[in-house]
Design a protein around this ligand. Structure first.
Ligand SMILES: *Cc1c(COP(=O)(O)O)cnc(C)c1O
Length: 393
């Protein structure tokens, strides 16, 4: 075909070359290593003179297929797939930063990312300044002569703050910084950070990319020169994705577009309805006009994604009662599943913090995060409404 295929089509049609069995669906390449007929071929592979597979810590056909699809979707030159989202984030930082370097990081990032940046980076002599989303002067003021990278996620987890990718792209370019974006919540179907100047995009493939709560995975895509350094770091330190997980995730990418449309449609409908529920004080969703950064969200996101949050009247106690009163929604530590999931950060993920500490990271006592699944919107809404009713009694 002469016409370049749309990324959505590429995510369906990119495929490992067929074997002599003429299979339609890519087989699983569960093999630790690959054989060579001649010593010369093996020498050439090790010398990087050929692209032949050597060992599955370096590359594997299933993993390569998944990476190729992710590159097509994100508009990236190259990529590397990892065992988890955290190992993708870890590798993207530790492969490129060295002792004495400085990182600018958005203060609202995923919990383990926060711990990595504040506890482990400093241990290796890499300092970080945390800056609040949207406070552009604070980002400018954080730049130091040794600043090397900017790291952020948008929408953030769980407060759904939106960072202006166009602004941060220009900011990073002006100061010659590597812009590294966690695109987990939006997925490339709703937002492509590379189009706004991001150099690297990282993902927890565990979430919407798998979309069915089955396997863990991560991926880093972006500029070929940076990915080369990340690849060499990973090849030698070992966070590689398993071929089985890559096979699952590659299949999942074939349906990501339709799933994200339905997730977003459900979330918008349910969040919009709950805005007038007497038992909640506010509802937050990127594409509801009441969201503080609605205009930015509208500018950079095609749809609002599957997550919304709300504040239950009655605080901590009501939040706990809400979880207990749910009849259909799952109470579990994940998101991005076909099944809707509810979580209450103040009594779970953030329960060890004091009230003041929680507030400083935007976790209010009655905050509930809903990962909207693919069930009928009416069923999800009905369960939330009956649980809200019981939670404030
Ligand atoms: C879950 C998550 C991660 C971590 O991914 P794992 O696959 O669990 O390691 C990173 N960033 C965001 C935004 C997440 O939601």
């Amino acid at each position: 075909m002469s016409k370049k295929l749309d990324p959505v089509t590429q995510a369906i049609r990119i495929q490992t070359p067929r074997s002599q069995q003429q299979e339609h669906s890519t087989p699983l390449y569960l093999t630790s290593s690959f054989t060579f007929d001649e010593a010369e071929a093996m020498r050439a592979a090790f010398a990087d003179e050929t692209d032949d597979n050597i060992y599955s810590r370096f590359s594997n056909p299933n993993v390569d297929e998944f990476i190729a699809k992710m590159c097509a979707l994100e508009g990236a030159d190259a990529g590397f797939a990892t065992s988890t989202g955290m190992s993708a984030i870890f590798s993207s930082m530790f492969a490129l930063l060295k002792q004495g370097d400085h990182l600018i990081c958005c203060s609202s990032v995923f919990g383990s990312t926060f711990t990595m940046v504040t506890k482990y980076l400093p241990k290796y002599g890499i300092s970080a300044t945390l800056v609040p989303a949207g406070e552009n002067e604070a980002w400018e003021a954080a730049v130091q002569p040794n600043t090397k990278m900017v790291y952020l996620e948008t929408p953030t987890n769980p407060q759904l703050e939106i960072i202006d990718l166009e602004w941060v792209g220009q900011f990073s370019k002006k100061h010659n910084l590597i812009l590294n974006v966690d695109n987990c919540f939006a997925t490339p179907l709703l937002q492509r950070p590379i189009d706004f100047g991001a150099d690297l995009v990282v993902h927890s493939a565990t979430k919407w990319i798998d979309g069915q709560g089955r396997v863990l995975g991560g991926v880093i895509v972006g500029r070929a020169d940076l990915i080369k350094d990340i690849y060499l770091f990973c090849r030698n330190t070992g966070p590689s994705m398993s071929p089985f997980n890559a096979w699952v995730l590659s299949k999942s990418l074939e349906t990501l577009d339709v799933r994200m449309q339905r997730h977003s449609e459900n979330a918008l409908k349910i969040a919009g309805t709950l805005q007038s529920n007497p038992n909640v004080s506010w509802v937050k969703y990127p594409l509801l006009p009441t969201h503080p950064q609605y205009e930015i969200a509208k500018k950079q996101m095609k749809l609002g994604g599957g997550v919304f949050c709300m504040e239950i009247k009655g605080g901590l106690q009501a939040g706990r009662k809400f979880l207990d009163a749910l009849e259909m929604l799952s109470v579990t530590a994940n998101l991005g599943d076909t099944r809707s999931i509810a979580s209450h950060p103040a009594s779970t993920t953030h329960s060890k913090l004091t009230d003041a500490e929680r507030l400083s990271v935007g976790i209010t006592p009655g905050l509930i995060r809903i990962s909207t699944g693919l069930e009928k919107a009416e069923d999800i809404l009905a369960d939330i409404e009956q649980a809200l009713e019981k939670s404030t009694k």
